[in-house]
Write a protein that binds this ligand. Structure first.
Ligand code: ADP
Length: 515
């Protein structure tokens, strides 16, 4: 059963109960009032009846009643005499009773009760009758009964009319209330239906941008707002998921592409080596045996030269592949939510070690380091190996993209953070490339084909920086020169004084040339 019908039935049921109770109450009050006033009238009228008695010739007492002139015509009276017979006899009746030929029933002598009322229908005429004992004034003996009755046909008709009206009005208002209730329930539940329809549209459609209209201030509006907020969150979560899925797909496709290139080169070179050292391409003797086919034959020296080149290519590509696989591994770990172990570490020895080792890297540019005074006593919470890897990514890039000039490692202190900065005087980064250099596999046009690289270094650097709650700052000029700075939060948990004193040793990082 629908909520609408249930609501209406409840509502109509309650209304019916209220109407019945109300009708009964009204009827009871009117009945009581009507009958009460008749009874009071009867009592008053009984007082106005003059009662007399006389003895007839046989010594029999006869009761006489005489109504006053003001007696209502609808009032009839009758006197019952018990002096002769305990069953009683009617001694006198008012003329209206006599003319109708009816008599009120009366009790036996013992049954006389003072001020008793009873109702009776005589010849189809309803009466309410008041009975009062007739007493001899001299000795107080009860000699008879005075019955004063009122014709109640009008009142009973009026009351039955009222009952009919109450029934009809009650039923009519119940039917009306049911219909109106059904309509109101439908109207009240319409917004819920709309919300449901809109939610179904959202659920069945593919457009997550759909929202449920009508955010009113009532309860339904609150429901709509809540659902819309929920949809917003679902849309956001879906977009994030979609984006990450796309990124993952791109990553897998780029990674396989990048892995295929060196593999193709390696396979090509291995094929070449096979061919070069195969029987058919061997020396002049064989050539004579096979006849005059014009196939170029290679001398031993040529084969050795070709083999050396092929082996060199294979070794280069194998190195490239191994670097690529290592980088992919780091990023796969990052994607899997790998969290690096961190501990408080002294930065000065770490930076000195990096600067020492970087001196051995293949390079054309000059390697300039320091001074590192700002690092004295500065500790950060981090992972030594990963921080070194991050600095090496910057430094190797610096060397790669600086054909001549210099690559410099410097440190800067700014209040509660320390900046490790690698700057170069190399080819620089175009403004358009800036937002994308941290993307996986992204390599600026200038770098492609010119320098070896995977386009993964800076993505790894960014992940390491994120792991250390550090920020990365890149400044570059398209005409040449770049600066990569990682800002690490200083760890004050131990030896807090050092860092602050040393803060003044170095100036803050120079203004960005372009970033
Ligand atoms: P890779 O160096 O292997 O190509 P990276 O992720 O380390 O990959 O760098 C992404 C791109 O950013 C590089 O291809 C290069 O175009 C640009 N880039 C990075 N560092 C520098 C730099 N010091 N000078 C100029 N361009 C740079």
């Amino acid at each position: 059963m629908s909520i609408r019908l249930r609501l209406t039935l409840w509502y109509s049921g309650l209304l019916a109960a209220a109407l019945v109770a109300f009708g009964i109450l009204i009827y009871a009050i009117v009945y009581q009032n009507t009958m009460g006033s008749i009874k009071t009238r009867l009592m008053n009228e009984a007082d106005k009846v003059y009662v007399g008695s006389r003895l007839n010739s046989a010594g029999d007492l006869k009761i006489l009643i005489q109504t006053s002139n003001s007696l209502d015509v609808s009032i009839a009276a009758q006197a019952i005499n018990y002096t002769k017979d305990p069953a009683g006899r009617i001694d006198m009746q008012t003329s209206n009773l006599e003319s109708l030929g009816i008599k009120f029933s009366y009790p036996e002598f013992d049954g006389i009760k003072e001020g008793r009322y009873h109702s009776e229908t005589l010849a189809g005429n309803p009466f309410v009758i008041f009975e009062k004992a007739l007493v001899l004034p001299n000795n107080g003996a009860v000699i008879g009964l005075l019955q004063v009755g009122a014709y109640t046909g009008k009142e009973i008709g009026y009351l039955s009319q009222m009952r009919t009206i109450l029934w009809i009005a009650g039923l009519a208002s119940l039917v009306l209330a049911f219909v109106i209730g059904l309509f109101l329930a439908r109207k009240a539940l319409r917004p819920i239906e709309m919300v449901t329809e809109a939610a179904e549209r959202v659920q069945s459609g593919s457009d997550l941008k759909l929202r449920i209209p009508g955010e009113s201030q009532d309860e339904i509006g609150r429901l709509t707002r809540t659902l819309n907020h929920m949809l917003e969150r679902v849309e956001k979560a879906y977009n994030v998921l979609e984006e990450s899925n796309n990124a993952q797909r791109r990553f897998v496709s780029d990674a396989s592409h990048e892995l295929r290139t060196p593999l193709t080169t390696i396979r090509g070179n291995v094929d070449l080596l096979e061919k070069v050292w195969s029987e058919t391409s061997f020396g002049a003797a064989q050539d004579e045996q096979e006849g005059a086919v014009a196939k170029p034959k290679l001398s031993l020296a040529e084969r050795e030269e070709l083999s050396r080149e092929a082996l060199h290519d294979i070794s280069d590509e194998a190195r490239r592949m191994s670097r690529l696989v290592n980088d992919l591994l780091s990023l796969a770990r990052a994607d899997a939510g790998y969290v690096v172990d961190k501990e408080p570490i002294d930065l000065l020895p770490l930076v000195e070690e990096v600067s020492r080792r970087a001196g051995f890297l293949p390079r054309k540019a000059e390697w300039v380091v320091g001074p590192f005074d700002a690092l004295a006593g500065v500790r950060v919470v981090g992972n030594r190996d990963y921080l070194m890897q991050l600095l090496f990514i910057f430094i190797e890039n610096g060397f790669k993209y600086t054909p001549d000039g210099e690559v410099r490692l410097e440190v800067y202190r700014q209040e509660d953070r320390i900046g490790l900065s690698v700057s170069d005087t190399g080819i620089g980064i175009a403004k358009a490339d800036m937002p994308r250099i941290f993307d996986r596999f992204y390599r600026a046009d200038e770098s492609r084909g010119q320098t070896a690289g995977t386009g993964l270094g800076l993505s790894i650097a960014k992940w390491i920086a994120d792991m250390h709650r550090a920020s990365l700052d890149v400044q570059s000029r398209p005409e040449g020169g770049s600066r990569f700075t990682v800002w690490l939060p200083v760890d004050f948990s131990e030896r807090p004084d050092y860092g602050i004193i040393e803060a003044s040793v170095r100036p803050a990082v120079p203004d960005a040339e372009q970033s």
